[in-house]
Design a protein around this ligand. Structure first.
Ligand code: SF4
Length: 465
């Protein structure tokens, strides 16, 4: 399959430092997750996964009802809901509001949805300053990089990289002690919190029956983002809805454990409406921007719509042998790993990056750890077939199809197969030394051909009488 960024993938594969960083971080996350879902600690883990899957399925199939209910409850608490079909509409809304209120500075907590629509860049073009306040996201913003991982955005950077980034951008000493780096970031960000006009967050869940926005995090920055500025805006995909507050028992139990191995993240904030009379903090204005950006297109396909069940825990990335080798930046969109491989083609069209659904060994590890039981390998196979169908219609991929056609014909003609196998046995050992196959083989240990083929062995075996 052509079109993949082979040069940057090769660079990642050849970078020992980066390989170690990806491997050790994902390994740590895998180990923590495995410890947190152990049968003796969470005996009903599989039942919870099934329940989460059923709850998401139900919500997605009745999304119009739950969107209306959520909106009604947000309004009842004094907030407003804004529906946006794409990134431009989100930017227009925020820019319009900022202009009306004379706002200049926005603080943000980690949100993949705003990454998806290039929120910061769009606002910065119009003179607004949007500052990331999650430590990993802050480092990446200074380094002008996009997230490497859904949950651990700066997973690929070492403390030495961070020291360089801080020295270059914040004018501090080359500081390599992590605790001191954290203090440097905290001091810079406190200033931003104190002067911010608007706080922007994503949402982990939108609770329809109470109109609450639920945000989970470990650093406390989301809590400051939602309580210090006078205006709070949540930007969330429409798939973040869940029916009832009591369903959070299922999702919160699974999310922290699947993401980082924590029974519960350090902060879980329930935000519903602006500050009420007598409350000492919280915003004066509360908005929830519900983003479509292609999600309703996914809803239309009864099989593939399960991609919208994702709660962005990142477990599938940590367990994916492909992600663990090629890392996050070789995927073409902000969503990387197995979840990226299934949603990116659905959002952007299967022909934009046709190699993506093929970037999987189909080992099934992603589906085994997915807390909402998305059938990722099955969807990858479906997308592969959509890619090849679309390419056939465009007259692309003829050589590959011809090769597989010949292969299928040979495999169904035993005499021809045996003859070619004999010839192949003579020439095959030479092949890895030449041409593109040589390059492929140079990065692998090519197994030696057996001296006797299976057919020869079968014929020669002694059959007991
Ligand atoms: S697909 Fe499943 S495992 Fe992967 S990020 Fe989404 S919820 Fe987590």
């Amino acid at each position: 399959m052509t079109g993949q960024p082979s040069e940057t993938i090769n660079q990642t594969l050849g970078d020992a430092r980066l390989q170690l960083a990806i491997y050790s971080a994902t390994n740590r996350l895998m180990t923590h997750r495995a410890g947190a879902v152990r049968a003796d600690l969470l005996p009903d883990y599989q039942e919870l996964r099934t329940e989460a899957n059923q709850l998401k399925k139900h919500t997605i199939e009745h999304l119009d009802h739950y969107l209306e209910l959520f909106e009604k409850n947000v309004i009842a608490h004094g907030g407003k809901v804004v529906y946006c079909s794409d990134s431009q509409e989100v930017a227009d809304f925020v820019l319009g509001l900022a202009k009306e209120r004379g706002a200049h500075l926005i603080v943000k907590s980690k949100s993949m949805t705003t990454e998806e629509i290039h929120f910061n860049e769009r606002l910065e073009k119009h003179g607004l300053e949007a500052v990331e306040t999650d430590l990993g996201e802050y480092i990446l913003q200074l380094a002008h990089q996009r997230p490497y991982h859904i949950v651990a955005p700066a997973l690929h950077l070492t403390r030495y990289d961070v020291a360089e980034i801080f020295t270059k951008n914040l004018g501090v000493e080359n500081e390599v002690v992590i605790e001191k780096q954290t203090k440097i970031a905290r001091a810079a960000l406190r200033e931003k919190f104190l002067h911010a006009d608007i706080g922007v967050t994503g949402a982990n869940f939108l609770v329809a029956d109470s109109g609450a926005v639920v945000v989970v995090e470990n650093e406390g920055n989301a809590r400051l983002t939602t309580s210090a500025p006078k205006i709070h805006i949540t930007v969330a995909g429409i798939e973040k809805l869940i029916p009832r507050a009591q369903d959070l028992g299922v999702f919160l139990t699974l999310l922290g454990r699947s993401a980082t191995g924590q029974p519960l993240t350090v902060y879980t904030s329930f935000l519903s409406g602006p500050r009420r009379n007598g409350e000492i903090d919280g915003p004066d204005e509360f908005y929830v921007v519900l983003l479509d950006n292609g999600r309703t297109k996914l809803l239309a396909d009864p099989e593939k719509r399960q991609s919208l069940y994702c709660i962005r825990c990142g477990a599938c990335l940590n367990h994916c042998p492909v992600y663990r080798k090629i890392g996050g930046h070789n995927y073409p969109w902000v969503y990387s790993g197995p979840i990226g491989a299934i949603i990116t083609p659905q959002f952007h069209g299967v022909l934009k990056d046709p190699w993506l659904p093929f970037a999987s060994s189909l080992c099934g590890a992603c589906a085994e750890v997915c807390p909402v039981k998305i059938e990722i390998p099955k969807l990858l196979l479906k997308l592969r077939s959509e890619v090849t169908d679309a390419q056939r219609r465009q007259g692309v991929g003829g050589v590959e199809r011809l090769a597989f056609g010949i292969w299928a014909w040979v495999m169904t003609h035993p005499r021809i197969y045996l003859m070619l196998a004999r010839i192949g046995g003579i020439f095959l050992p030479l092949l890895p030394k030449v041409g593109p196959l040589g390059k492929w083989a140079s990065q692998r240990e090519v197994p030696k051909l057996a001296k006797t083929s299976f057919h020869q062995w079968w014929k020669a075996r002694e059959v007991p009488k």
